[in-house]
Design a binder for this molecule. Structure first.
Ligand code: FES
Length: 108
């Protein structure tokens, strides 16, 4: 099972074993990770699952593309950055073993 690490704004690390095919949002909620609320149920409509993808993983995970629904939502998220993504739009696969996602300071 791929390991995914969520790092809170205070540096607290949460390392999860995530079944392939699960979204990062669902993995976080299933494990009560603070700061990932996922209020809309994972349908790209709330931005409460905002994460920063570790720069080393950004090419593999993929950047958000302007014009996409995810980009439209993220532009209103607090402290949007180039490596911002919505965790509900990241589906974990075996290729993502070791992925690091940072939780914005505004979410805790
Ligand atoms: S859970 Fe709502 S946008 Fe990701």
């Amino acid at each position: 099972m791929p390991k995914v690490t969520f790092i809170a704004h205070d540096g607290t690390e949460h390392v999860l074993n995530v079944a392939s095919g699960t979204t990062a949002r669902d993995a976080a909620l299933d494990n009560d990770i603070p700061g990932i609320d996922g209020d809309c149920g994972g349908v790209c409509a709330c931005a409460t699952c905002h994460v920063y993808v570790d720069p080393a993983w950004l090419d593999k995970v993929g950047r958000v593309t302007s014009g996409e629904m995810e980009a439209d939502l993220l532009q209103f998220a607090e402290d949007f950055r180039e490596n911002s993504r919505l965790a509900c739009q990241i589906t974990i696969t075996d290729q993502f073993d070791g992925l690091i996602l940072n939780i914005p300071a505004g979410q805790h």
